[in-house]
Design a protein around this ligand. Structure first.
Ligand code: ATP
Length: 442
């Protein structure tokens, strides 16, 4: 029998804001390989990396897959040609394509991938990594795409979600997407909690359709294949689609916020979390954005909570001494502000009692007394009752000991939605008979 090679393929940075999409390229590659009866050993993987890097097109996603092939050089050439054909280099894409022939992925790959989730990786480090680990690489432009391409192969799942991405026919690229709003609402209700972030019920807005010119019609995210397929049957549209593909992903896992930020690793564009004590009174600036400081391991860090997150009012109700854990991305210092963490979650661990000194209450009239002047005591203006000193009172807190997440329309791809808190999905086993890929016959 002819020997078969296990081939891992990773690629990234094939698209630009003007068009195309790395997942669509994956769909095209898989289509070709499926026609040749290539054996897939797992779902295609859609891995989201550090969402705070400045040069991402949209959601910093990269794709990889693992196949068995009898003719690795032919397969690699075919993939390379498709990457060349579908990459939008003219409009600024810097595609990276990586081949790694091995069934086992060494732990160094997972370490590289883990770092790409929350820190900034230098392009030359990706090239060095490829050389050291015998990766076959191919790139255009500056080769930035190699980072995501290596990371997508190296990523090791602890929890996962799935996304069913459906693609449009070429004649529809760039045209408005018409999908029944009601059907998305019903789909979300019927498939909850096995799908997530499809519909913003507060605003009545569809969340599964992109707005740009890319080939994606919609993407439904969830926990298992059955729920995703069921969801597509509930969704209603007159548009004839080209097909769909289901990716295994780290979306919805909050993977980028699991590392503790500190003075050394809190570099611009890093993502992570800090646990500490609120160390000043939050300031609300024009536009409703809120800024406060957190003290952690003897250092103070500025935090920003922007109005569109929907949790700025909650943040404004923090007081000095509250114990919290915050997660987000580090914004580089500006003229007016030092390095600052843009919050993606606020978890209140302990609320300090809000004790303040206040004028005494008249026991007879139940009214606050008036001060008679410095050191001259207090008097009730109604009945003349007197009292000599201020009293301490506890003001009820307006926030609770709980996790505050941005509203669903402000979620990032990696944000762990409330319904997934405490969920670890390890269940999806790959089996080639599963309906994970489909090109419609019409
Ligand atoms: P889309 O979501 O539409 O696929 P995108 O938002 O993923 O687009 P890309 O065009 O892929 O955007 O750009 C992201 C670039 O950043 C890629 O070149 C990727 O290799 C690189 N990259 C990813 N993670 C890091 C990181 N941690 N440090 C440095 N570069 C990174």
């Amino acid at each position: 029998m002819e020997k078969e090679t296990v081939l891992n393929v990773g690629f990234d940075d094939t698209d630009s804001p003007k068009g195309m999409c790395t997942t669509f390229l994956a769909y095209k590659i898989v289509n070709l390989l499926q026609k040749q009866k290539t054996e897939f050993l797992d779902f295609p993987r859609l891995i989201r990396f550090n969402p705070n890097i400045p040069w991402k097109t949209r959601g910093n996603g990269a794709v990889s897959f693992k196949i068995k092939t009898k003719d690795p050089s032919k397969t690699k050439n075919q993939i390379k040609n498709l990457v060349l054909k579908y990459s939008d280099v003219i409009n600024g894409a810097n595609p990276g394509l990586v081949f790694f022939e091995n069934d086992y992925i060494p732990s160094e790959f997972a370490s590289f991938s883990n770092l790409a989730l929350w820190q900034l990786i230098n392009r030359s480090n990706a090239k060095k990594f490829a050389k050291k680990n015998n990766l076959e690489i191919f790139y255009q432009g500056n080769g930035q795409g190699l980072i995501g391409a290596i990371g997508a192969i190296g990523y090791s799942f602890h929890d996962h979600t799935l996304e069913l991405l459906s693609y449009r026919k070429k004649s529809k690229f760039g045209k408005a997407r018409k999908l029944s709003t009601k059907s998305v609402k019903i789909m979300q209700e019927k498939t909850f909690p096995y799908t997530f972030n499809s519909f913003d019920s507060k605003k009545g807005r569809i969340l599964i359709t992109p707005h740009g010119p890319d080939p994606v019609f919609y993407g439904v995210r969830g926990e298992n294949i059955d729920s995703l397929i069921r969801a597509t049957k509930i969704l209603k549209s007159d548009e004839k689609l080209d097909g769909y593909m289901i990716f295994k992903s780290n979306q919805g896992t909050a993977d980028h916020l699991k590392n503790e930020l500190n003075l050394e690793n809190m570099k611009p564009y890093a993502s992570g979390r800090i646990t500490g004590i609120v160390s000043n009174s939050p300031k609300i600036v024009k536009g409703g954005h809120v800024f406060f400081k957190i003290l952690s391991k003897n250092h103070e860090f500025w935090c920003a909570v922007y109005k569109p997150t929907g949790i700025s009012t909650d943040a404004s109700n923090l007081i000095t001494g509250d114990e919290i854990c915050v997660g987000g991305g580090v914004r580089k210092a500006s003229k007016n502000f030092p390095r600052i963490i843009n919050l993606e979650f606020l978890d209140i661990i302990n609320l300090k009692k809000n004790i303040v000194q206040s004028n005494p209450l008249c026991k007879k009239c139940n009214k606050r007394m008036k001060s008679k002047g410095y050191n001259q005591g207090f008097e009730c203006i109604r009945c003349g009752n007197k009292y000599s000193e201020k009293v301490t009172i506890e003001i009820p807190r307006k926030i609770k000991k709980q996790l505050y997440l941005p509203k669903v329309s402000a979620h990032r791809h990696l944000t762990r939605p409330l319904q997934r808190i405490g969920t670890v999905n390890k269940a999806t086993k790959f089996d080639k008979s599963l309906p994970w890929f489909c090109v419609y016959e019409n």
